[in-house]
Design a protein around this ligand. Structure first.
Ligand code: GLN
Length: 558
């Protein structure tokens, strides 16, 4: 028996529907239910892997690489999914499958390929019923495979978007096909505060509810996002105009610690209400463990300041998992994270600008693609090596750290990654051998979870601790790359003091490097941020933050 919860958005996107969805899932976890999630993305891309993060936020990587088989002799590998899955995994503490991210691209591809196979022979292929049937089939397929008690489906975008229409129609049909008490519809809207009249305004939300009703969908709960909790007046208006009792209208204000949202919903008795309308027994929620996690984030005494040099500095969402992983590691070390995005352009123009980096306790170099802004990023790595500032390079950041080492320590002038400079005299980072023949860009990188083999006596191995998983060489981390550090150059670097701290199963792919001087400088080819949880920080991030705090103390002593 599965209860299906659908979450739609109104008024505008980007108001935190993902966090709301995850928090609603948490309410059911508090009551002992097995919860899983689906995200629907109405865009036509098959997966978000080909999207610029500025356009659509971070691309999240799952451990599992899913074989999507829309037709008999056609399959695609998918591991790159929507960033909301990061939020779901962090809140719900479980791994998700790429199959749980349904895009219009996948749905239309399946239907069109089935039509070519002759599956709908003699009939006109249409949005209703073929597209809507495929959407419902995909939702039920997840329910069948994962068998959760509660399956929450978040629909991306906002009600009224043309691309989302087939999904909303599918949900309307779904609600008729299932028993009344087995589906719930939650509408998350935005309630703006109008400065000139000093009032919260419910009208945009009323319109979006009406649009939803016009499509045959009556929401069971309205969640109103805004800077402040909804006023009594707004709650009453939304209840009246949405055809809902007052207790079904919920406030979702800005909060400092996002992990607190489920507790805020609990205070408004949303968990009990959802159980009541779906005929589930009313149980006492077990919230103590989660509350103590939230308290970790509130009771921080120190501040750790981390610089993030790079180019995608315009939109913070591009690196949301990295920010969260840094926050987890900081909170679990008793510190509050202060993150500073450093534009590398001024550093490229005037090398003196780099001195500014000294103010920070650590530097993190982000993942990335292409060549724009990379010289400045390499300069920050050279500077960290020279000044011995705690440093963590992630994926591209690790590759650039290696480039910096080759240039500044090995003296290989002009060393580079061939992704940045195809004519470099020293191609110290180059395409993975299996990537050479690949032309298509979608889902073709080295993706998903792979075992990493940690080097004995390395700082990285020490960071992972002495668990059975570590001893049995079963640490799995998530990857997304085409290029890698070339072993020939790594050998030269090892002679000059750099250590390869992890490799893959074959020993051919270098998974991590480190320089253990006074302070730890390291790079990892994988993305440990995707496995970090609010109470279980990634060992890599934790080692970095601890080192940053140690560096801060040593600076204070000087
Ligand atoms: N562009 C680099 C590569 O493809 C790094 C990718 C990344 O940072 N995720 O190897």
């Amino acid at each position: 028996m599965v209860k299906y919860i659908f979450v739609t958005g109104g008024v505008m996107s980007g108001v935190g529907k993902g966090v709301t969805t995850a928090s609603i899932g948490k309410l059911f976890q508090f009551r002992g239910y097995n919860v899983d999630a689906i995200k629907i993305d109405p865009y036509l891309n098959v997966d978000p892997g080909t999207l610029n993060p500025i356009e659509h936020g971070e691309v999240y990587i799952t451990e599992e690489v899913w074989e999507f088989e829309p037709a008999e002799d056609f399959s695609l590998k998918i591991s790159e999914i929507d960033q909301d899955f990061g939020t779901y995994e962090r809140f719900l503490g479980k791994n998700m499958s790429p199959e749980q991210n349904i895009t219009s691209g996948q749905v239309y591809l399946s239907v069109i390929l089935k039509e070519r196979e002759g599956k709908f022979l003699g009939r006109t292929t249409q949005i209703i019923p073929h597209i809507t049937d495929e959407i419902k089939r995909r939702i039920r397929q997840v329910a069948k495979r994962k068998n959760p008690g509660i399956l929450i489906t978040e629909v991306g975008g906002t009600v009224g978007d043309i691309e989302a229409m087939p999904f909303l129609e599918a949900i309307r049909q779904f609600r008729i096909e299932e028993k009344k008490e087995d589906t719930i519809l939650i509408h998350v809207t935005y309630v703006p505060f109008l400065d000139t009249v000093q009032q919260q305004k419910s009208k945009p939300s009323q319109h979006s509810v009406r649009t939803l009703q016009g499509m045959g969908l009556q929401p069971d709960v309205i969640v109103g996002r805004g800077e402040k909790p909804l006023t009594k007046e707004v709650l009453q208006k939304l209840s009246l105009f949405s055809n809902l009792p007052l207790e079904a209208v919920i406030s979702n204000p800005d909060i400092d610690v996002v992990y607190e949202l489920p507790l805020f919903f609990e205070e408004q008795k949303l968990g009990d209400y959802l159980c009541r309308i779906s005929n589930l027994p009313i149980k006492e929620p077990k919230i103590d463990e989660w509350r103590s996690i939230v308290n970790l984030y509130k009771n921080t005494e120190e501040v750790v300041r981390i610089a993030v040099p790079g180019k995608y500095t315009q939109i913070v969402d591009s690196y949301i998992s990295i920010q969260e992983a840094l926050r987890h590691a900081s909170a679990c070390s008793g510190a509050k994270l202060e993150l500073c995005w450093v534009d590398t352009e001024p550093i490229e123009k005037d090398h003196r600008a780099i001195e500014n980096l000294k103010k920070f306790d650590g530097i993190l170099l982000t993942p990335g693609f292409g060549s724009r802004g990379t010289e400045g990023m390499i300069l920050t790595a050279e500077y960290a090596i020279k000044e011995e500032i705690p440093y963590l390079g992630i994926c591209f950041g690790c590759q650039l750290l290696f480039v910096a080492f080759c240039r500044s320590v090995l003296g290989l002038t002009g060393a580079n990654s061939t992704e940045i400079d195809s004519n470099t005299p020293y191609p110290v980072v180059d395409l993975l051998p299996e990537q050479r023949a690949i032309k298509a860009k979608g889902g073709t990188m080295r993706l998903g979870g792979h075992k990493i083999f940690l080097t004995e006596n390395s700082r990285l191995k020490e960071a992972y601790g002495k668990s059975e998983v570590v001893e049995r060489h079963e640490v799995i981390e998530r990857f997304r790359h085409r290029y890698h550090i070339i072993p020939k150059y790594a050998e030269m670097a090892e002679d000059a003091g750099l250590r390869v701290s992890a490799r893959d199963e074959t020993g051919k792919i270098i998974n991590a490097i480190e320089l253990n001087k006074d302070f730890l400088i390291m790079g990892v080819q994988f993305h440990p941020e995707f496995k970090s949880r609010p109470n279980l920080p990634s060992p890599v991030y934790l080692a970095f933050i601890k080192e940053a705090l140690r560096y801060q103390k040593s600076k204070n002593l000087q």
